[in-house]
Design a protein around this ligand. Sequence first.
Ligand SMILES: [Zn+2]
Length: 466
Amino acid sequence: MISFTIKNVMIAVDNDYATVDVQIVDGAIAAISPNLQVIGTAIDGKNKLLLPGFFNAHTHSSEMWQRGIMSVFPLELWLAELYDFAPLDTEKVYLSALGTAVETLLSGGTSVVDHLVLIPGLELETIAIATRAYREVGIRAFIAPLIQDESLSAGMPSGESAQSHEPYFRSTAATLEIIEEAVRQFHRPDEGVSILVAPTGIQLCTDALFKGCIELSDRYNLCRHSHLLETKAQEKLAQEKYGCTAVEHLKRIGFLSDRTTLAHCVWLNDADIAILAETQSTVVHNPLSNLRLGSGIAPILKYRQAGVNVTFGCDGASSNDSQDLLEAIKIGSILHNVTDSDYQHWITPRQAIEMASLGGAKGFNLADKLGSLTVGKQADLVLYDLTNLSLLPRTDPIGLLVLGRPSNVVDSAWVNGKQIVADGKVTTINVDDLRQELFNRSQWETKRKSETVAQIEAHYRIVMGL
Ligand SMILES: [Zn+2]
């Protein structure tokens, strides 16, 4: 089994730093202390900072193919454009999963939660190829096949006019069968691949789908993932659909739990926040996506004061338009300084680091195994090079890592004790080949015309009072 010892490495201790040795035995942290005997390979940690790996706790890998080109739109129109041009071959899904894994790793993430868009008719093949990509890179993967059972137009409030919607092309039962089969074939948490139940959100899912997901989650011990109240339009829709808030409804049907992670959570009221705290649900904050799509600013400081666990995600690369987790952590921690004047609640760099690591581990029910440098936990670790120009001159390493603009600072990364980044390079796949494939399978483009946007834009403007 894998054993190594990192010598003379800097770690964070209460409001300070210490220089220690860290022994990893059989993929787990065995000892943290100065002057330890070297077990296995010795790794020089001098002038380097060791942190637990972060979670990129919400993304959609195949959006990588459309990053940079999406129109400047709010979510509902943006989604229509996105789906008009979604990649429909599994080889592209494979490459964008590799790309998402690499960018996550090189910005401090050792876990990725892929709310994976499924190619219609090739659902299990899509899950299989994304699983293969993540296994090849060696990143810890939480694959959350994105499912719905209502057509896209149902995701908008109808306003005064009664809207009728096309039925979704696949039945609820058939969708749940796909997820159960994915669990049988690919859910291997001990090997670093977990399948989650992941209805896209209240805007496109019936209660039958949510209940089927809850049932699978209970039967197979799966975590639950969903978008929640990303936009003002979804807040309106929940009132139309349920006559109460989306959070009240999700509580009533039993979807909220201590292994439920909810992406965005922008439009919640104080009673909703109390429900998230009471059910121990986790909020995944995606600040860049919320800014890009004009969705709003999630009340993260309120969540934290109410005792709600919060972690960070990049969201898909079409609404970000990157997968730089350190960037998401930076924006996600300073954004709220403009909405809440009491600076005593503002997020400090050390708190941001803890949200990104332990916050993610808690959300996916792994706080006993991941998320901190603790003897006995799995070695999902990242070593940062403190001699990198962007981390100089020497001040407070965590302060500069979070608040600065670190680039190429990840020296090494391990998942379950296996080294997958060394000397700043991913060691498990050939990233030059990946670059070549991404180049060859794409072209320089400018404006595209989305037919679906043309169909729905007028209605959207009326309903939203624009
Ligand atoms: Zn999303």
